[in-house]
Design a protein around this ligand. Structure first.
Ligand SMILES: N[C@@H](CCC(=O)N[C@@H](CS)C(=O)NCC(=O)O)C(=O)O
Length: 221
């Protein structure tokens, strides 16, 4: 099976949940990283310069033997099935994992809404309020979903849920989002433990060493 994963050269969660999942599973894939100019063209035309189809004119896209698949969750599940990080036959476990992929999307959407604010001070204020209120509330819900008995969100092994949550929360606590406090996770020890377990996973460490810029701030867990 020929796999080509398309995103920009950024370790954003939408991309990393697929790339790292395939890497953990030793599944070979082409890691195509397009530049901003090509992305702008693809947003308009629905195609990369090499003709690869972008179904919804968005990234990420995974091309499987010439067929393009879009949407972060759909791609993550597909990669998870190939890599053993998503169940093939256990429908209940699959649904439990799905919840957290959709939850990562909800968190992403909450923060993206502030990106539309042009005034820098207003944007910072909006993010401070978001962090204190709605995001803290959501993180409390996440914390209550995590058991004491496992390092992983859905026991008893790493899944695409852990990678998605690790990377979204890494982004939130990296200091790269003005206004979002690096201490966001301080009241959520079980969530921090999951993030640390992903961050310290040997294959994740190997991937970071290979592909992240040196001294890249992955987050504050
Ligand atoms: N629902 C899509 C959203 C993907 C998305 O918003 N991707 C951004 C890049 S991170 C994008 O392509 N934005 C351009 C656009 O929406 O026109 C998914 O889950 O993958």
């Amino acid at each position: 099976m020929q796999l080509k994963f398309i995103y920009t050269n950024m370790p954003f969660w939408r991309a990393e949940v697929a790339r790292i999942t395939l890497f953990i599973g030793d599944v070979e894939f082409e890691d195509l990283r397009i530049d901003r100019e090509e992305f702008l063209r693809a947003k308009e035309s629905g195609k990369l310069d090499d003709g690869t189809v972008m179904p919804f004119h968005q990234m990420p896209v995974l091309e499987v033997d010439g067929t393009s698949i879009a949407q972060t969750g759909s791609i993550a599940r597909f990669c998870g099935k190939l890599s053993g990080l998503y169940p093939v036959n256990d429908h209940l476990k699959a649904a439990k994992i799905d919840q957290f992929i959709d939850f990562a999307t909800d968190l992403n959407t909450m923060v993206s809404s502030t990106n539309q604010i042009n005034d820098k001070d207003q944007k910072i204020t909006a993010r401070i309020e978001l962090a204190k209120g709605p995001i803290k509330r959501k993180l409390g819900m996440l914390e209550r979903c995590i058991t004491e008995r496992s390092d992983w969100i859905v026991p008893a092994s790493i899944s695409i849920a852990d990678i998605a949550i690790w990377r979204v929360l890494g982004w939130f606590t990296s200091g790269l989002l003005d206004g979002m406090p690096k201490s966001l996770l301080e009241d959520f020890p079980k969530t921090r433990r999951v993030c640390l377990a992903v961050d310290q996973h040997p294959k994740v460490q190997e991937w970071i060493g290979r592909t992240y810029p040196e001294n890249y701030v992955r987050g504050n867990y």
